[in-house]
Design a protein around this ligand. Structure first.
Ligand code: FES
Ligand code: FE2
Length: 446
């Protein structure tokens, strides 16, 4: 993030802290239809459009470290195999033999010289080409070149593996727009996998995800954790094209850089140790301890002093910071159950086990997630009730409305029944960069 952007964000934090009402001309949100969380047809529309046509994080290169390593990935219900073709290339296919549809691989992870179907032995290379089959003479006039494994679009964002089931989809870079460059300071190509785990949650996937698209809840459900370190009143939301979003919420130490300890290199001018309140991203770390973990040196001032969290359409949220960070994803299982996955990535700590400080950070973060998840099942009961009609959202919760509005565009407005649609109330004037400029104009005119 360049200095001009940083200066704008600093002004916007002040704007948010001082404002007495939403920005001038900011749209008032109609209620979100409650049936978006319960309707079978809407669930199918999501499946056929959101999950089929957007870029999804399917894994990390560390999971398939060697040529021939593979990963079976079925988070969307589609059978997918990711195969490491070379140091820099990964291919993705439907895990589905072109003979009679048997699974090519059946373990979650493995390594193979080629991909051999266990049913009748058809053999495919890492590009998915059919390179051999048993008793070929019995397949008359048969063209092997038409029987390659069905491909899935794949792109690497650093070490992160993204897939898209739509072969005509725009590139990941194009989809991310300005976020692609904003991510550069985090050096995603050098971050290794620290941990991965998953929760089953008894609510619609969007209900669980939405707890991570606003900070309006912080004071109520995180009074002793996030609220201690995060100034939610200074939060700055940004609304990008294609449904992506960003929040930047100052930590209580802002505008000062936090100091981890007397040996901290994050504040070379610190002459003596002065503890700072723990921000949400540093929960679980005793500020009197120096942090042995290497830093992403290029991580900028905002990432170091604020929670800089992105939401990528459709289901990814990542609060990025300089010592490494989690990537959160929600995947539907049924209409009212989802899987909530967490992947942690960080700069290389060298040989051996990860520094033990990770254990306390991850545990503390998971405690916060438990706080976030506590209402999921209750809200599901509510949306399933006879009385639930809609969701009124405030300015602070605008990223939720923006997400739904943009999801409707991706699904196709003409496909969604009228009573399930959102109104398209956030136009270009509230899409990046105009959303920032509008608020800055107001701030500077005072
Ligand atoms: S189903 Fe794969 S070889 Fe027959
Ligand atoms: Fe939360």
């Amino acid at each position: 993030m360049d200095q001009i952007q940083i200066d704008k964000i600093k002004d916007l934090i002040e704007y948010e802290r001082q404002r007495k009402a939403p920005p001038k001309n900011f749209p008032k949100f109609p209620d979100l239809p409650g049936k978006r969380y319960t309707d079978k047809d809407f669930f199918e529309l999501e499946k056929e459009n959101l999950w089929k046509k957007t870029w999804l994080l399917a894994g990390h290169l560390d999971e398939i470290p060697k040529v021939g390593s593979y990963k079976l990935w079925e988070k969307t219900g589609q059978p997918v195999i990711l195969v490491r073709k070379s140091a820099k290339e990964v291919n993705a296919f439907y895990n589905m033999c072109r003979h009679r549809g048997a699974a090519i691989v059946r373990e979650e992870y493995g390594q193979a010289k080629s991909l051999v179907c266990g049913y009748h032995g058809w053999n495919y290379n890492y590009d998915g080409d059919l390179i051999g089959k048993r008793d070929p003479q019995d397949f008359v006039d048969f063209d092997d070149s038409c029987r390659s494994l069905h491909k899935i679009k794949i792109e690497l964002l650093g070490n992160l593996i993204f897939v898209n089931f739509d072969l005509d989809a725009i590139s990941l870079k194009e989809s991310l727009g300005p976020i692609y460059d904003e991510f550069k300071e985090f050096q995603l190509g050098s971050l290794r996998l620290v941990d991965q785990y998953s929760y089953d949650v008894k609510c619609n996937w969007k209900i669980a995800m939405e707890a991570n698209l606003e900070v309006y809840h912080v004071q109520s459900i995180h009074p002793k954790t996030v609220h201690v370190g995060l100034d939610y009143k200074g939060n700055v939301n940004t609304f990008y094209p294609n449904g992506h979003g960003r929040m930047i919420a100052p930590s209580r130490s802002y505008p000062e850089l936090p100091v981890y300890g007397s040996t901290s290199d994050s504040d070379p001018n610190a002459t003596s140790y002065h503890p700072v309140p723990q921000s949400s991203k540093r929960l679980g770390i005793d500020p009197t301890d120096s942090d042995p973990r290497p830093e992403i040196e290029t991580a900028g001032y905002i990432a170091r002093t604020c929670t800089q969290s992105y939401n990528l359409m459709p289901n990814l949220v990542t609060p990025m910071s300089e010592r490494g960070f989690p990537i959160l994803m929600w995947w539907p299982k049924t209409i009212n159950e989802c899987s909530f996955d967490v992947m942690w990535i960080a700069p290389d700590w060298g040989e051996g086990e990860r520094p033990p400080i990770w254990d306390s950070q991850i545990k503390a973060f998971n405690d916060v997630l438990d706080e976030d998840l506590q209402f999921g099942g209750w809200i599901q009961k509510a949306v399933d009730s006879y009385a639930f009609d809609g969701v009124p959202l405030s300015y602070q919760e605008a990223r939720i409305y923006h997400w739904h509005q943009e999801a409707d565009k991706i699904i196709g407005l003409n496909k969604i029944p009228q009573d399930l649609q959102t109104n398209q109330v956030m136009g270009d004037d509230w899409t990046y960069p105009n959303d920032m400029e509008n608020r800055l104009k107001e701030y500077n005119s005072k």
